[in-house]
Write a protein that binds this ligand. Structure first.
Ligand code: GRG
Length: 325
């Protein structure tokens, strides 16, 4: 990443450049033979490199950038903040990919298509898919602990520890794993707890705050922390990302109803078939879209109130509502 890359850029160019930063770093940091068995390395790269939007890692980098700008940083400071946040951005994408690989397993959502390609268990078998998820999760925390290297960025060490704690919280039993357990319980797939509970709007929002929102929040908050954000800036970034995360899941539910597999890159219409409680199911499609628009407007207001407004964060938040996949 050069400083020239931080000239004022249109949103789409900025996202393309940050995605390129993330893709190059992931390629560098993902394990390869002879360090690990070839089939595992291939399957992990298949899962990671299969064309996701990279929404969360780009959000992490844009959050770091916005903090650098808000704190008076020049182009050099912005580039440094983005570089410090890059390992976190990649770790978040590895965790995200892990969650997709495991979510697609026969014992979970049982899906054959992801990002327009056969899911990992379809391509490599269920055993390898489980190992791919396990490996990605472990690599995420390993790379955060290793990078940025202590010798190059000694001041980043306490920030990294905070970020590791944030990510662990977002992913663990109170976070994504817990959200998925609630989801399994609702669809009646939770062993002795197979009652098939129902959810009202508050409970549905809580489930998604854990399952989807937590990782989006950890990306934005982690990026801000790596850039040296104040406690107030971290709190504002957290509130911003929580609203964006809610909008993200509402739109995901709407797209499951409206979209087709060709655009979505995954099987459409699965939620209703699986007996899932969804936002459009509870409040109707129009009201659900309105809720997403309002959540994004709120998110922007929170950022502005904290002096963290950034065209890139705003663009990312709005892209959540307008996305087609
Ligand atoms: C994290 C240890 C651990 C276990 C995971 C399976 C599981 C437990 C959780 C499921 C989490 C999950 C799949 C939530 C849905 C999140 C979501 C809306 C994904 C779609 O994200 P996009 O649109 O996908 O960003 P792309 O393909 O663009 O990356």
């Amino acid at each position: 990443m050069s400083h020239a890359a931080l000239r004022p850029l249109a949103f789409t160019e900025y996202v393309a450049e940050r995605r390129a930063d993330v893709d190059a770093a992931l390629d560098r940091w993902l394990p390869a033979p002879p360090d690990c068995p070839a089939v595992l390395a291939e399957a992990m790269r298949y899962a990671v490199a299969s064309g996701g939007k990279r929404f969360r890692p780009v959000l992490a980098l844009a959050a770091a950038d916005a903090v650098a700008v808000a704190n008076g940083g020049d182009d050099e400071a912005r580039a440094a903040a983005i570089a410090l946040a890059l390992p976190l951005a990649c770790a978040v994408e590895l965790v995200h990919t892990q969650s997709l690989v495991h979510d697609d397993l026969p014992s979970m959502d049982d899906d054959v298509l992801r990002r327009g390609q056969p899911t990992v268990h379809v391509r490599y078998g269920e055993g390898v898919a489980i190992l791919v998820g396990d490996g990605l999760l472990a690599e995420a925390f390993g790379l955060l602990a290793r990078w940025p290297a202590t010798a190059e960025a000694p001041d980043a060490v306490p920030r990294k520890l905070r970020v590791i704690a944030e990510l662990g919280q977002a992913v663990g039993a109170a976070g994504m794993v817990g959200g998925q357990a609630i989801d399994l319980a609702v669809t009646g797939s939770c062993g002795p707890h197979r009652a098939g509970a129902s959810l009202d709007l508050a409970a549905l929002s809580d489930m998604h705050a854990r399952k989807t929102g937590g990782l989006i929040r950890a990306a934005a908050v982690g990026g801000a922390i790596m850039a040296g954000a104040s406690a107030e800036q971290v709190a504002a970034m957290s509130a911003f990302a929580a609203r964006v995360g809610l909008a993200f899941q509402i739109v995901d539910d709407v797209l499951d109803v409206e979209g087709c597999a060709a655009t979505l890159g995954k099987t459409a219409g699965k939620d209703a078939g699986a007996g899932k409680v969804t936002f459009p199911g509870l409040v109707g499609r129009d009201q659900a879209r309105l809720m997403a628009i309002e959540a994004v407007a709120d998110a922007e207001a929170v950022l502005a109130g904290a002096g963290l407004s950034s065209p890139y964060l705003t663009g990312l938040a709005r892209s959540v509502v307008h996305r087609r996949d």
